[in-house]
Each structure stands twice: as structure tokens, then as C-alpha cells.
Design a protein around this ligand. Structure first.
Ligand code: GLA
Length: 398
């Protein structure tokens, strides 16, 4: 990032964080600034922990952090959005459910220490423009901004995949959610106007052009929290494992649902309990849809993703059952807008957001119409947000 590109808004956000750090945590080293984006998944819902395929990218909504090392072993965190402070120390750095958001940076610091990259103490203040609880992965953005800040302040570096795995471990081992690699990968590898096609088994990936002037992306936030997400998510992870075990009885080569083919589904699916069959059918067909979506981008046709996203939505709703009535209603409204190409559930589901692909000419109409119709029909508020695919974490030169 060069200085001319630094927006006034980013500068103001940073200056405010520096003031908070000095006011709350006292004098110390110069505060430096960092940013990390949220992510949007374009295709591939709940395929990552099944060793499947995903198509995703980072978005132009970020978390900005002010950070500096301290010599005294203290770990001080401040969230400007929540106006909340968490004070702890290296010796006390264990997950604490009361500290919700602060567990993500704490987890990263813990994982760094396990690699002998020990921060001697840290002040970290964050301001997020990634909506929280909306399935845009504000948590991975928080992990990524923490690792970027910590490594820069320590004068150390780690390869991108090491950072991805480390942030992933912060989430699975420290915070305790058995998630896949989608979020950390998309946030850390983000590139402008680019979608990333990842094979979650081989970890091979391909950067595919996604020019924003050919198809626009809109997030529609239902505003409905995701209270059930942790338990429902873990339950789905377990069901997928069980489904894979069932298929293994018939075909010993099946290691995960990634290895189940459409022919297996037809031959052995009916022998599975109905729920497990549905989960498997979603994952198997979703992997095929990710391949189709990537092929459309290789042909230079992002608009072709629309119908594929639509089919993905139906599979999520009916087979994976991670939708909720409010998302179904919003989906119905979104697809009825002329020029809307396709709409699917973002991230884990069970609330949060939809992602829509729309023709650029109708972007503004879509952004207004969807919340207006939703309000008319339900009396509830939903928010739309246009996003573009953007770059990964970096230091802000201030
Ligand atoms: C959440 C998880 C990801 C992924 C998605 C669903 O965002 O953190 O690993 O499983 O849900 O695709």
C-alpha cells in the first residue's frame, strides 16, 4: 500500500486506535498499524472440512489494528467496536469464554509461542469494518491482523501457508471450533479482483480473475444472530464423518466425503440413514459446482456463476439444512430482482448473510430493493453491502 492510496478514513481509524492505546495502556513504543480483510465464499459451502473444493476471496472490508510490543509480559486488547478491554498476561493466556473476541488474538499469540516466536507483551487495539456475526469471517480477519502485527513487530516472517495453518489452529485448538481452512486461507491469500480456487486436500490453489465490472457482489445481512452456529456446525462436521464412514463400508478407498462420487451416491446412498445421505449429497454435488464455477471464471465469465450459486443455495437449504426462514425469505426477494444472477448462503449459515451476484447495471437498485421489500413483507431490517475482491493483510504505512 502506498501513502497516496491511504484513505482519510483509514488514517482516522488508525489515529483513534493509537490514542486509545496510549490512554488505556500508558506510554510505550511507537504504535504501528496493520489491516486484514474479511472474506466472501463464492462457491463451496461446508466442503472445506470434507477435504473438498472452495472458491472464495478476501473483501474490501477490513479490520484495522494499532499494535506495539511491551516488555512486561502483559497482553492488552481493546475493541473499539465493542468499547471493551481485555487485560491478561503471557502466563495467563488461556481461552476464556467471557472474552469472546479476544480469544482469537490470544490464540494466535499462543500458537506463535509454540513456534518459539514469543511476543514479550503486546498492546493491540482493533477497529473492524467487517460486520461481526455475519459470516464474513471477522474472526479470521482478527487472527490475520494479529499475526501480521506480531510478526512485523518481532521482525520475523512466516510463509503464507504457515500463517494460514497457525491462524487455523488458533481457531480449532484455542477457540475450539472444528472449522476448515476456508476463512484463514481466503483472508491471508486475498488478491484484488481475484477469486481463489482451493483444493482443501492437496492445498493446491489457483488465482482466477474476477473483474468487478463484469459482475457485482452484494452481501445481504439478515441481522439474525447465529447463536446456534457453534453447536450446529460441530454436529454437521460429525455427520459428514459418519456419512464418509458409511460409504467406506462399501468402498474402502473413501477417506472423506471428497472421495464419494455421484455413482456412489446412487448406488449406496439409499442404504444410508436419510439425514446422512442428504449431507453427503450436498457435499458431493457442491464440489462439482465449485469445479463448474472455477471453469466459468477460467473462461472469463463470472456472470455464469449465478445459476451455480442458485443450485448451491437450494442444496444448502434442502440437504445441508443450514438455512433459516429469514434467509429463505431474503433469498426469494433477491432472486426476484431483475438482473440478479444468483444468491447463496455465506459462510456457515444458520443466520448471517447471503451473497448475491448481480449485473453491475442493477447494483444500486438491488441494494435498495432487497431491504425495502424485506421490510414491507416482514417488518424486519436487512442491510446490503456491495463488496469487491481485494488484497490480503498488510502493514499500513503511517
Ligand atoms: C465457516 C467455517 C469455514 C467453512 C464455512 C462453511 O465459515 O469457518 O471453515 O466450513 O463455515 O463453508
Amino acid at each position: 500500500m502506498n501513502l497516496e492510496k491511504l484513505s482519510e478514513e483509514t488514517r482516522r481509524r488508525c489515529e483513534r486506535l493509537a490514542r486509545e492505546i496510549k490512554k488505556r495502556f500508558g506510554p510505550g513504543e511507537r504504535v504501528r498499524f496493520f489491516r486484514a480483510p474479511g472474506r466472501v465464499d463464492l462457491m463451496g459451502s461446508h466442503t472445506d472440512y470434507n477435504q473438498g473444493l472452495i472458491l472464495a476471496g478476501a473483501v474490501n472490508r477490513d479490520i484495522v489494528a494499532g499494535a506495539r510490543l511491551r516488555p512486561d509480559g502483559r497482553l492488552n486488547f481493546y475493541s473499539q467496536n465493542l468499547d471493551l478491554e481485555v487485560r491478561t498476561s503471557l502466563g495467563q493466556n488461556r481461552p476464556d469464554p467471557a472474552h469472546g473476541w479476544a480469544n482469537y488474538p490470544r490464540g494466535v499469540i499462543q500458537e506463535l509461542a509454540r513456534l518459539d516466536l514469543v511476543v514479550p507483551g503486546l498492546d493491540l487495539a482493533v477497529h473492524g469494518a467487517v460486520p461481526v456475526g455475519a459470516n464474513l469471517s471477522s474472526s479470521a480477519a482478527l487472527e490475520a491482523v494479529t499475526i501480521t502485527a506480531a510478526l512485523s513487530l518481532l521482525g520475523q516472517s512466516l510463509a503464507a501457508w504457515e500463517r494460514i495453518h497457525l491462524c487455523h489452529r488458533a481457531e480449532t485448538d484455542f477457540v475450539g471450533l472444528p472449522c476448515g481452512i476456508l476463512d484463514q486461507f481466503s483472508v491471508i491469500m486475498g488478491q484484488p479482483e481475484t477469486a481463489l480456487f482451493l483444493d482443501c486436500r492437496s492445498l493446491e490453489y489457483q488465482a482466477l480473475p474476477f473483474p468487478s465490472d463484469q459482475a457485482s457482489l452484494v452481501i445481504t445481512d439478515s441481522g439474525i444472530g447465529r447463536e446456534l452456529v457453534a453447536s450446529a456446525y460441530s454436529a454437521r462436521v460429525a455427520e459428514c464423518k459418519q456419512a464418509a464412514e458409511q460409504f467406506r463400508r462399501f468402498r474402502p478407498q473413501v477417506r472423506s466425503l471428497r472421495d464419494v462420487t455421484e455413482a456412489d451416491l446412487q448406488a449406496f446412498g439409499p442404504l444410508l440413514p436419510e439425514t446422512l445421505f442428504r449431507r453427503a449429497r450436498h457435499v458431493v454435488t457442491e464440489n462439482l459446482r465449485v469445479e463448474q464455477a472455477a471453469a466459468a471464471l477460467r473462461r472469463g465469465n463470472p456472470a455464469e456463476l449465478g445459476p451455480i450459486m442458485e443450485a448451491g443455495y437450494q442444496s444448502s437449504r434442502d440437504d445441508y439444512q443450514n438455512s433459516i426462514p429469514e434467509l429463505d425469505r431474503l433469498h426469494e426477494i433477491a432472486v426476484a430482482v431483475p438482473g440478479a444472477l444468483g444468491t447463496r448462503i455465506a459462510g456457515a449459515g444458520w443466520g448471517g448473510c447471503l451473497v448475491s451476484l448481480v449485473q453491475p447495471e442493477v447494483l444500486n437498485i438491488f441494494m435498495k430493493k432487497v431491504p425495502a421489500r424485506y421490510r414491507e413483507q416482514t417488518g424486519r431490517e436487512a442491510k446490503t453491502l456491495a463488496v469487491t475482491l481485494s488484497g490480503g493483510p498488510e502493514e499500513i504505512p503511517l
